[in-house]
Design a binder for this molecule. Structure first.
Ligand code: FAD
Ligand code: FES
Length: 329
Protein backbone atom coordinates (compact mmCIF):
# COMPACT_ATOMS: atom_id res chain seq x y z
CA UNK A 1 0.00 0.00 0.00
CA UNK A 2 1.45 3.45 -0.92
CA UNK A 3 2.81 5.63 1.89
CA UNK A 4 2.24 9.41 1.83
CA UNK A 5 4.88 11.53 3.59
CA UNK A 6 4.26 15.17 4.57
CA UNK A 7 6.78 18.03 4.79
CA UNK A 8 6.99 17.69 8.58
CA UNK A 9 7.93 14.00 8.27
CA UNK A 10 4.53 12.60 9.32
CA UNK A 11 3.36 9.75 7.11
CA UNK A 12 0.33 7.53 6.57
CA UNK A 13 -0.72 4.65 4.33
CA UNK A 14 -3.25 5.32 1.57
CA UNK A 15 -5.47 2.58 0.15
CA UNK A 16 -6.06 2.53 -3.60
CA UNK A 17 -9.51 4.01 -4.25
CA UNK A 18 -9.22 6.37 -1.24
CA UNK A 19 -8.26 9.99 -1.71
CA UNK A 20 -5.07 11.23 -0.08
CA UNK A 21 -7.19 13.60 2.04
CA UNK A 22 -9.51 10.83 3.26
CA UNK A 23 -6.54 8.57 3.99
CA UNK A 24 -4.91 11.35 6.07
CA UNK A 25 -8.16 11.99 7.96
CA UNK A 26 -8.55 8.26 8.62
CA UNK A 27 -5.13 8.37 10.28
CA UNK A 28 -6.06 11.38 12.43
CA UNK A 29 -4.06 13.84 10.29
CA UNK A 30 -5.95 16.87 8.96
CA UNK A 31 -4.73 18.45 5.73
CA UNK A 32 -6.03 21.84 4.53
CA UNK A 33 -9.43 21.27 2.86
CA UNK A 34 -12.98 22.50 2.50
CA UNK A 35 -15.42 21.20 -0.17
CA UNK A 36 -13.86 17.73 -0.69
CA UNK A 37 -15.25 17.71 -4.26
CA UNK A 38 -12.44 19.30 -6.26
CA UNK A 39 -14.29 22.61 -6.59
CA UNK A 40 -12.79 25.04 -4.04
CA UNK A 41 -9.00 24.60 -4.34
CA UNK A 42 -8.32 24.67 -0.57
CA UNK A 43 -6.51 21.33 -0.63
CA UNK A 44 -3.90 22.14 -3.33
CA UNK A 45 -0.58 20.47 -2.57
CA UNK A 46 2.76 20.37 -4.37
CA UNK A 47 4.07 16.89 -5.09
CA UNK A 48 7.78 16.48 -4.31
CA UNK A 49 7.97 12.87 -5.47
CA UNK A 50 5.79 9.93 -6.52
CA UNK A 51 2.73 9.44 -8.70
CA UNK A 52 -0.99 9.92 -8.14
CA UNK A 53 -4.14 9.62 -10.20
CA UNK A 54 -7.34 11.73 -10.15
CA UNK A 55 -10.50 9.96 -8.99
CA UNK A 56 -12.78 12.82 -10.08
CA UNK A 57 -12.69 16.13 -11.98
CA UNK A 58 -10.14 18.62 -10.64
CA UNK A 59 -12.23 21.70 -11.41
CA UNK A 60 -10.20 24.11 -9.24
CA UNK A 61 -6.75 23.09 -10.54
CA UNK A 62 -5.44 25.02 -13.56
CA UNK A 63 -3.55 23.23 -16.35
CA UNK A 64 -0.40 25.18 -15.38
CA UNK A 65 -0.67 24.05 -11.75
CA UNK A 66 -1.19 20.43 -12.79
CA UNK A 67 1.80 20.67 -15.16
CA UNK A 68 4.02 22.00 -12.38
CA UNK A 69 3.22 19.19 -10.00
CA UNK A 70 0.28 20.47 -7.97
CA UNK A 71 -2.59 18.15 -7.05
CA UNK A 72 -5.85 18.35 -5.11
CA UNK A 73 -5.58 15.95 -2.19
CA UNK A 74 -9.39 15.55 -2.15
CA UNK A 75 -9.43 14.11 -5.68
CA UNK A 76 -6.19 12.08 -5.92
CA UNK A 77 -5.28 8.57 -4.90
CA UNK A 78 -1.61 7.67 -4.42
CA UNK A 79 -0.33 5.29 -7.13
CA UNK A 80 3.12 5.02 -5.58
CA UNK A 81 4.68 6.34 -2.38
CA UNK A 82 4.06 10.07 -2.42
CA UNK A 83 5.91 12.99 -0.87
CA UNK A 84 3.89 16.22 -0.44
CA UNK A 85 5.05 19.73 0.45
CA UNK A 86 2.23 20.28 3.00
CA UNK A 87 1.92 19.76 6.73
CA UNK A 88 -0.99 18.54 8.80
CA UNK A 89 -2.84 21.05 10.97
CA UNK A 90 -2.11 20.22 14.56
CA UNK A 91 -4.76 22.67 15.87
CA UNK A 92 -7.35 20.14 14.72
CA UNK A 93 -5.81 17.17 16.50
CA UNK A 94 -8.52 15.63 18.67
CA UNK A 95 -11.34 17.34 16.76
CA UNK A 96 -12.67 14.65 14.49
CA UNK A 97 -15.96 14.48 12.61
CA UNK A 98 -18.83 12.33 13.78
CA UNK A 99 -22.40 11.75 12.65
CA UNK A 100 -25.02 12.90 15.15
CA UNK A 101 -28.81 13.31 15.26
CA UNK A 102 -30.26 16.77 15.93
CA UNK A 103 -33.64 18.51 16.00
CA UNK A 104 -34.63 21.88 14.61
CA UNK A 105 -35.00 24.22 17.57
CA UNK A 106 -35.90 27.44 15.74
CA UNK A 107 -36.30 28.72 12.18
CA UNK A 108 -36.12 32.47 11.67
CA UNK A 109 -36.39 34.28 8.35
CA UNK A 110 -33.76 37.02 8.85
CA UNK A 111 -33.78 38.30 5.24
CA UNK A 112 -36.14 37.56 2.33
CA UNK A 113 -33.90 34.69 1.25
CA UNK A 114 -31.91 33.83 4.41
CA UNK A 115 -33.09 31.45 7.13
CA UNK A 116 -31.34 31.33 10.49
CA UNK A 117 -31.64 27.73 11.69
CA UNK A 118 -30.88 26.61 15.24
CA UNK A 119 -30.26 22.89 15.72
CA UNK A 120 -30.57 21.21 19.11
CA UNK A 121 -28.10 18.42 19.89
CA UNK A 122 -28.78 15.44 22.14
CA UNK A 123 -27.62 15.91 25.74
CA UNK A 124 -23.99 14.79 26.15
CA UNK A 125 -23.41 14.72 22.36
CA UNK A 126 -19.84 15.84 23.04
CA UNK A 127 -19.68 17.84 19.81
CA UNK A 128 -16.64 20.15 19.54
CA UNK A 129 -15.61 22.40 16.65
CA UNK A 130 -13.37 25.34 15.86
CA UNK A 131 -15.04 28.62 14.87
CA UNK A 132 -15.11 28.69 11.06
CA UNK A 133 -15.73 24.98 10.45
CA UNK A 134 -18.83 23.56 8.77
CA UNK A 135 -21.10 20.50 8.96
CA UNK A 136 -22.83 18.37 6.35
CA UNK A 137 -26.54 18.36 7.21
CA UNK A 138 -28.36 15.21 6.10
CA UNK A 139 -31.97 16.07 5.36
CA UNK A 140 -35.08 14.25 4.12
CA UNK A 141 -34.35 11.48 1.63
CA UNK A 142 -30.67 11.58 2.52
CA UNK A 143 -29.96 14.94 0.78
CA UNK A 144 -26.62 16.14 2.14
CA UNK A 145 -25.47 19.79 2.02
CA UNK A 146 -22.66 21.71 3.73
CA UNK A 147 -23.37 24.65 6.07
CA UNK A 148 -20.91 26.70 8.11
CA UNK A 149 -21.47 26.91 11.84
CA UNK A 150 -22.40 30.46 12.88
CA UNK A 151 -22.59 29.74 16.60
CA UNK A 152 -20.15 30.19 19.45
CA UNK A 153 -17.79 27.20 19.59
CA UNK A 154 -18.26 27.20 23.38
CA UNK A 155 -22.06 26.69 23.25
CA UNK A 156 -22.11 22.93 22.86
CA UNK A 157 -25.85 22.15 22.96
CA UNK A 158 -27.00 24.22 19.97
CA UNK A 159 -25.68 24.97 16.51
CA UNK A 160 -26.66 27.94 14.37
CA UNK A 161 -26.71 27.92 10.55
CA UNK A 162 -27.39 30.78 8.10
CA UNK A 163 -28.99 29.29 5.01
CA UNK A 164 -29.35 31.15 1.72
CA UNK A 165 -32.21 30.10 -0.55
CA UNK A 166 -30.99 28.76 -3.90
CA UNK A 167 -33.87 28.83 -6.42
CA UNK A 168 -35.06 25.29 -7.09
CA UNK A 169 -32.43 23.88 -4.73
CA UNK A 170 -33.32 20.55 -3.09
CA UNK A 171 -32.25 21.47 0.44
CA UNK A 172 -33.43 25.08 0.02
CA UNK A 173 -36.92 23.78 -0.71
CA UNK A 174 -36.78 21.80 2.52
CA UNK A 175 -35.52 24.70 4.71
CA UNK A 176 -37.84 27.35 3.26
CA UNK A 177 -41.02 25.36 2.50
CA UNK A 178 -41.13 22.21 4.61
CA UNK A 179 -38.91 22.41 7.69
CA UNK A 180 -40.58 22.83 11.07
CA UNK A 181 -39.58 22.96 14.71
CA UNK A 182 -38.58 19.57 16.14
CA UNK A 183 -37.89 17.96 12.74
CA UNK A 184 -35.28 15.23 13.23
CA UNK A 185 -32.15 15.55 11.05
CA UNK A 186 -28.61 14.20 11.14
CA UNK A 187 -25.34 15.95 10.49
CA UNK A 188 -21.70 15.02 10.05
CA UNK A 189 -18.96 17.29 11.30
CA UNK A 190 -17.10 19.34 12.12
CA UNK A 191 -15.44 19.59 8.70
CA UNK A 192 -13.03 21.88 6.91
CA UNK A 193 -9.91 23.74 7.94
CA UNK A 194 -11.21 27.32 7.94
CA UNK A 195 -10.41 28.40 11.49
CA UNK A 196 -8.48 31.21 13.17
CA UNK A 197 -4.70 30.77 13.21
CA UNK A 198 -2.38 32.64 15.56
CA UNK A 199 -3.55 36.28 15.40
CA UNK A 200 -1.44 37.93 18.08
CA UNK A 201 -0.36 41.39 16.90
CA UNK A 202 -1.82 41.01 13.37
CA UNK A 203 -4.45 43.11 11.61
CA UNK A 204 -7.22 40.59 11.00
CA UNK A 205 -9.60 41.34 8.15
CA UNK A 206 -12.78 39.35 7.50
CA UNK A 207 -14.30 39.46 4.02
CA UNK A 208 -17.75 37.93 3.59
CA UNK A 209 -20.44 37.85 0.94
CA UNK A 210 -24.03 36.82 1.75
CA UNK A 211 -24.26 33.89 4.17
CA UNK A 212 -20.46 33.76 4.08
CA UNK A 213 -21.00 35.89 7.18
CA UNK A 214 -21.98 32.71 9.12
CA UNK A 215 -18.45 31.44 10.00
CA UNK A 216 -17.28 35.04 10.46
CA UNK A 217 -19.98 35.46 13.13
CA UNK A 218 -18.61 32.40 14.93
CA UNK A 219 -15.01 33.62 14.54
CA UNK A 220 -15.91 37.05 15.94
CA UNK A 221 -17.22 35.39 19.11
CA UNK A 222 -14.01 33.36 19.27
CA UNK A 223 -11.99 36.56 18.90
CA UNK A 224 -13.84 38.30 21.72
CA UNK A 225 -12.98 35.39 24.03
CA UNK A 226 -9.21 35.43 23.34
CA UNK A 227 -6.89 36.34 26.19
CA UNK A 228 -5.21 39.77 25.74
CA UNK A 229 -1.86 38.28 24.70
CA UNK A 230 -3.50 36.35 21.83
CA UNK A 231 -5.60 39.20 20.43
CA UNK A 232 -4.97 40.81 17.03
CA UNK A 233 -3.75 44.41 16.77
CA UNK A 234 -6.98 45.29 14.96
CA UNK A 235 -10.06 43.55 13.55
CA UNK A 236 -12.34 44.62 10.73
CA UNK A 237 -15.23 43.07 8.82
CA UNK A 238 -16.24 43.90 5.24
CA UNK A 239 -19.58 42.26 4.45
CA UNK A 240 -21.07 42.43 0.98
CA UNK A 241 -24.58 42.00 -0.36
CA UNK A 242 -26.68 43.41 -3.17
CA UNK A 243 -29.24 45.48 -1.22
CA UNK A 244 -29.50 46.48 2.48
CA UNK A 245 -31.81 43.54 3.38
CA UNK A 246 -29.07 41.07 2.35
CA UNK A 247 -26.99 42.12 5.38
CA UNK A 248 -29.05 40.44 8.07
CA UNK A 249 -26.95 41.65 11.03
CA UNK A 250 -25.85 45.21 11.70
CA UNK A 251 -23.00 46.99 13.46
CA UNK A 252 -24.64 46.33 16.84
CA UNK A 253 -23.98 42.59 16.30
CA UNK A 254 -20.21 43.20 16.10
CA UNK A 255 -18.08 42.89 19.22
CA UNK A 256 -16.53 46.08 20.58
CA UNK A 257 -13.30 47.07 18.77
CA UNK A 258 -14.35 45.41 15.50
CA UNK A 259 -14.69 47.87 12.62
CA UNK A 260 -17.64 47.00 10.37
CA UNK A 261 -18.02 48.11 6.76
CA UNK A 262 -21.19 47.03 4.95
CA UNK A 263 -20.72 47.01 1.15
CA UNK A 264 -23.59 46.93 -1.36
CA UNK A 265 -23.43 46.25 -5.08
CA UNK A 266 -27.00 47.17 -6.10
CA UNK A 267 -28.15 49.75 -3.56
CA UNK A 268 -30.33 52.66 -4.63
CA UNK A 269 -29.35 56.32 -4.30
CA UNK A 270 -30.35 56.42 -0.62
CA UNK A 271 -27.35 54.20 0.34
CA UNK A 272 -24.53 56.38 1.69
CA UNK A 273 -22.11 53.53 2.50
CA UNK A 274 -19.50 51.61 0.48
CA UNK A 275 -20.46 50.24 -2.95
CA UNK A 276 -19.13 47.48 -5.19
CA UNK A 277 -17.14 44.47 -3.99
CA UNK A 278 -15.77 43.90 -0.49
CA UNK A 279 -12.14 43.64 -1.64
CA UNK A 280 -12.45 46.94 -3.54
CA UNK A 281 -13.94 48.65 -0.47
CA UNK A 282 -10.98 47.42 1.57
CA UNK A 283 -8.37 48.45 -1.01
CA UNK A 284 -10.01 51.87 -1.49
CA UNK A 285 -8.90 52.63 2.06
CA UNK A 286 -5.27 52.01 1.01
CA UNK A 287 -4.52 49.84 4.04
CA UNK A 288 -1.03 48.64 4.87
CA UNK A 289 -1.30 44.87 4.34
CA UNK A 290 2.17 43.83 5.58
CA UNK A 291 0.76 42.73 8.89
CA UNK A 292 -2.65 41.54 7.65
CA UNK A 293 -4.31 38.13 7.96
CA UNK A 294 -7.43 37.79 5.81
CA UNK A 295 -10.28 35.34 6.37
CA UNK A 296 -12.59 35.33 3.34
CA UNK A 297 -15.83 33.40 3.04
CA UNK A 298 -18.68 33.31 0.54
CA UNK A 299 -18.74 33.24 -3.24
CA UNK A 300 -15.93 31.60 -5.15
CA UNK A 301 -15.71 34.70 -7.39
CA UNK A 302 -15.11 37.02 -4.41
CA UNK A 303 -12.46 34.71 -2.96
CA UNK A 304 -10.52 34.41 -6.23
CA UNK A 305 -10.61 38.09 -6.96
CA UNK A 306 -9.85 39.12 -3.34
CA UNK A 307 -6.88 36.74 -3.17
CA UNK A 308 -5.28 38.11 -6.32
CA UNK A 309 -6.07 41.79 -5.59
CA UNK A 310 -4.80 41.67 -2.00
CA UNK A 311 -1.66 39.69 -2.72
CA UNK A 312 -0.91 42.08 -5.60
CA UNK A 313 -1.31 44.91 -3.05
CA UNK A 314 1.33 43.36 -0.81
CA UNK A 315 -0.35 40.93 1.57
CA UNK A 316 1.43 37.66 2.33
CA UNK A 317 -0.34 34.87 0.35
CA UNK A 318 0.12 32.44 3.25
CA UNK A 319 -2.01 34.65 5.46
CA UNK A 320 -5.04 34.51 3.13
CA UNK A 321 -7.47 31.86 4.43
CA UNK A 322 -10.73 31.14 2.62
CA UNK A 323 -13.83 29.00 2.52
CA UNK A 324 -15.71 29.02 -0.78
CA UNK A 325 -19.44 28.25 -0.73
CA UNK A 326 -19.29 26.17 -3.90
CA UNK A 327 -22.20 23.85 -4.64
CA UNK A 328 -22.08 20.93 -2.19
CA UNK A 329 -24.39 18.53 -4.03
C1 FAD B 1 -17.82 24.18 2.75
C2 FAD B 1 -19.17 24.76 2.36
C3 FAD B 1 -19.89 25.50 3.30
C4 FAD B 1 -21.11 26.04 2.95
N1 FAD B 1 -21.78 26.80 3.87
C5 FAD B 1 -22.95 27.37 3.55
C6 FAD B 1 -23.65 28.22 4.49
O1 FAD B 1 -23.22 28.41 5.63
N2 FAD B 1 -24.80 28.79 4.09
C7 FAD B 1 -25.32 28.60 2.83
O2 FAD B 1 -26.38 29.18 2.54
N3 FAD B 1 -24.71 27.79 1.94
C8 FAD B 1 -23.55 27.17 2.26
N4 FAD B 1 -22.91 26.36 1.34
C9 FAD B 1 -23.61 26.02 0.08
C10 FAD B 1 -24.59 24.85 0.37
O3 FAD B 1 -23.87 23.72 0.83
C11 FAD B 1 -25.41 24.39 -0.84
O4 FAD B 1 -24.56 24.09 -1.92
C12 FAD B 1 -26.43 25.42 -1.27
O5 FAD B 1 -27.20 25.84 -0.15
C13 FAD B 1 -27.39 24.85 -2.34
O6 FAD B 1 -28.03 23.71 -1.85
P1 FAD B 1 -29.49 23.31 -2.37
O7 FAD B 1 -29.75 21.90 -2.02
O8 FAD B 1 -30.50 24.32 -1.94
O9 FAD B 1 -29.37 23.44 -3.96
P2 FAD B 1 -28.93 22.25 -4.97
O10 FAD B 1 -30.09 21.35 -5.18
O11 FAD B 1 -27.67 21.65 -4.47
O12 FAD B 1 -28.59 23.07 -6.26
C14 FAD B 1 -29.58 23.69 -7.11
C15 FAD B 1 -28.85 24.33 -8.29
O13 FAD B 1 -28.07 25.46 -7.86
C16 FAD B 1 -26.67 25.26 -8.15
N5 FAD B 1 -25.90 25.71 -6.99
C17 FAD B 1 -26.03 25.27 -5.73
N6 FAD B 1 -25.19 25.91 -4.89
C18 FAD B 1 -24.49 26.76 -5.65
C19 FAD B 1 -23.45 27.67 -5.39
N7 FAD B 1 -22.99 27.86 -4.16
N8 FAD B 1 -22.96 28.37 -6.41
C20 FAD B 1 -23.43 28.21 -7.65
N9 FAD B 1 -24.44 27.33 -7.99
C21 FAD B 1 -24.95 26.63 -7.01
C22 FAD B 1 -26.50 23.75 -8.35
O14 FAD B 1 -25.42 23.45 -9.19
C23 FAD B 1 -27.83 23.36 -8.97
O15 FAD B 1 -27.83 23.64 -10.33
C24 FAD B 1 -21.67 25.81 1.66
C25 FAD B 1 -20.95 25.04 0.73
C26 FAD B 1 -19.71 24.52 1.08
C27 FAD B 1 -18.95 23.69 0.07
S1 FES C 1 -10.87 21.23 -3.94
FE1 FES C 1 -10.21 19.80 -2.46
S2 FES C 1 -11.18 20.44 -0.65
FE2 FES C 1 -12.05 21.75 -2.15
Amino acid sequence: MPIVTLANGRSFSADRGTTVLDAALAHGLTLEHSCRTGRCGSCKAQVLGGASVALRDEVSLTAEEAASGWILTCTREAETDLSLDVEDLSALAGISPKTLPCRIDTLELVAPDVMKVTLRLPPNAGFAFLAGQYVDVIGPGGIKRSYSLASDMRSAGQLQLHVKRVDGGAMSTYWFEQAKTNDLLRFRGPLGTFFLRDLAGLDVIFLATGTGYAPVHSMLMNLAALSPDRRPASASVYWGGRVPQDLYADASAMPANVRFTPVLSRADASWAGARGHVQDALLAERPSLDNAAVYACGSDAMIHSARSALTAAGMKPKRFYADAFVSSN
